[in-house]
Design a protein around this ligand. Structure first.
Ligand SMILES: [Zn+2]
Length: 323
């Protein structure tokens, strides 16, 4: 079975609602659905401007619903954790009674067979409401609103919290897993292409020149010494979670005798102003005991690269060797 790693990207933010959506959200806390007059029409959800002319609308709100008619719908058979309901449901455009435009919301009808265009639905309110569209848990078939109770917001709702979030799984190739095991043993695992003889790190599962798969039988141990072929000096920006406060360097190390460059490595005991291309370096590994205290983001037991003090390598092509 392929090993996978689950990753989550979260992006929490706040938005201001403005006078029209703010009034709509405040209405939700009071179990009221508000539309806005636009000439002879009523728009729900309300807008700040006439969608046809762009003319600003007066804040002339009118209560609509609570029941309405499904205009169109789409069945969600396998909801994700970000969907409003954890069981199969429909997203529907619902024209609330008294409104001329449709509101999109979830319909909890139990099964796809219970859904139809033209069906009548009414909101199922949450017991606790905070001025968010999810104050309505879902619409349900019928004419009568359900749920609810309790008080509305004590003050007008002006802001909305939102969490954008993506969860994804990345498969980890077996070469990468074996490479990580080798790092735990203080080794750099590499692969040698049986056709062209080029060598690669364990990040590669095939030779990109010959399209030959690289497997356990092509494994080699890569050298533990090399030369700085390029570098970056980083000025740490103090975003939340940043632990670095001082300038630091990351170097590319071309390993001795092979065509392999390891990117963005830690250079030890070297002030950033002294970092330069051509420095000879060798790998420093933590002992087994020391490895326990390691930053979990670190790869294996590699602490970094120590300058050896040997004369610099003077090769103008070094900078062109990329990882
Ligand atoms: Zn090859």
């Amino acid at each position: 079975m392929t090993k996978t790693v689950e990753s989550v990207i979260k992006f929490p933010y706040k938005r201001s609602l403005g006078p029209v959506l703010g009034a709509f959200m405040t209405g939700l806390t009071e179990q009221k659905l508000l539309g806005i007059r636009n000439g002879s029409e009523v728009l729900c959800p309300p807008l700040e401007w006439d969608p046809k002319t762009g003319k600003e609308l007066a804040h002339d709100f009118v209560e609509v619903g609570p029941a309405g008619t499904v205009q169109s719908w789409n069945w969600v058979a396998s909801p994700s954790e970000q969907h409003p309901l954890s069981k199969p449901f429909a997203f529907a455009l619902i024209k609330l009674d008294g409104a001329d435009t449709a509101l999109m919301h979830a319909v909890d009808a139990g099964s796809i067979d219970a859904m139809s265009t033209g069906m009548r639905v009414a909101p199922r309110w949450r017991g606790e409401r905070k001025g968010h569209i999810t104050d309505i848990e879902a619409f349900v078939p019928g004419e009568e609103a359900q749920g609810g109770g309790g008080a509305g917001a004590s003050e007008p709702v002006t802001m909305m919290d939102y969490n954008a979030s993506i969860t994804y799984n990345t498969p980890i190739p077996s070469n990468v897993i074996r490479g990580e095991q080798a790092n735990e043993e203080g080794r750099f695992l590499g692969f040698k292409c049986p056709t062209c003889g080029r060598m690669y790190t364990s990040q590669k599962s095939f030779c990109p020149i010959d399209a030959v798969e690289l497997t356990q039988e092509h494994e080699i141990d890569l050298p533990q010494s090399g030369v700085v072929s390029n570098y970056t000096i980083i000025e740490p920006v103090q975003y939340p979670g940043q632990t670095e406060t001082e300038r630091f360097s990351r170097v590319h190390v071309k390993l001795d005798g092979v065509d392999v460059v390891l990117g963005f490595q830690v250079l030890l005991d070297t002030p950033v102003d002294d970092v330069h291309i051509g420095m000879k370096v060798s790998a420093v590994w933590a002992s087994e005991g020391e490895a326990q205290d390691f930053d979990p983001r670190r790869e294996g037991r590699l602490i970094g690269w120590m300058p050896t003090g040997e004369p610099d390598v003077d090769d103008p092509n070094l900078v062109n060797r990329m990882p």
